[in-house]
Design a protein around this ligand. Structure first.
Ligand SMILES: [Zn+2]
Length: 250
């Protein structure tokens, strides 16, 4: 699963295998060193701590049919990479969109693909740093942007409705990364609180055609969403009761 040259590269860097408590660097097939590399790769790909041990099987509250469809995508990851076939994960906050997205990224890491995860707010920060800041900071940010545009699988987490202008057009910087990766046939995984692919790409014919041609949409609803409805219903009920009890005859 791990290429020998990756192990060699890491060996030269901070994770010197010589320090390995299990084999002191003597065993090339050493499992604890492989574990270190696995963790190192997840950190390098910016996989958030919360998601690092997530598995598809371990996810509760995700419908079986949806899990099956995601599993099909994972089973076919090499083909998806070749075709630049991305995922558009739609739904309200608190559903399992991000969990699924990170699970897909980790599957790609296991297959030796280059991977990077970024939320839109982090991405905008990098854009900002690439425009102003000290020279070194700008250089680093530019390198990062280049890396992000070229990784095999990229996660753009949480493209919210706030990234649309008053006419409903999606922010030009985000549109640019989606478009350039589509042109390069590189798969991108997008999570968004939009309710449908039409809603996500409304007012933007180019985005609509990219989504239609290269992305598979999945709609999520989850317990948080239902809880929210329950809360609204309860609040309305309580509000009504309050009205009834405070109505005092004149
Ligand atoms: Zn070892």
């Amino acid at each position: 699963m791990f290429a020998q040259d990756d192990i060699d590269r890491l060996k030269e860097k901070e994770t010197a295998h010589d320090n390995c408590l299990t084999c002191h660097g003597r065993d090339n097939t050493c499992q604890s060193f492989k574990d270190v590399i696995w963790e190192t790769r997840k950190i390098a790909a910016n996989i958030k701590i919360k998601y690092r041990d997530y598995t598809l099987d371990g996810l509760k509250d995700v419908p079986k049919g949806l899990k099956k469809d995601i599993q099909h995508y994972l089973d076919d990851l090499a083909q998806k990479k070749k075709k630049g076939a991305g995922l558009l994960l739609l739904g309200n906050p608190g559903t399992a969109k991000s969990s699924i997205a990170y699970i897909v990224l980790m599957a790609a890491i296991k297959l030796d693909y280059t991977v990077y995860a970024t939320s839109i707010s982090d991405y905008m920060k990098i854009i900002g740093n690439s425009i102003h800041g000290d020279t070194q900071e700008m250089e680093n940010a530019k390198d990062k942007l280049y890396e992000i545009s070229k990784v095999d699988f990229l996660l753009l987490d949480d493209i919210g409705r706030e990234f649309r202008d008053k006419y409903g057009f999606i922010d030009a910087t985000i549109m640019e990364i989606i478009r350039s990766r589509a042109d390069d046939n590189l798969p991108t995984i997008i999570t968004t609180n939009s309710i449908s692919e039409q809603d996500f790409s409304k007012n933007d014919l180019r985005l609509a055609s990219i989504i239609k041609e290269q992305y598979t949409p999945f709609k999520f609803s989850g317990p948080d969403y239902r809880n929210k409805i329950a809360k609204v219903v309860r609040a309305e009920y309580e509000e009504k009761n309050k009205e009834n009890t405070t109505e005092t005859p004149q």
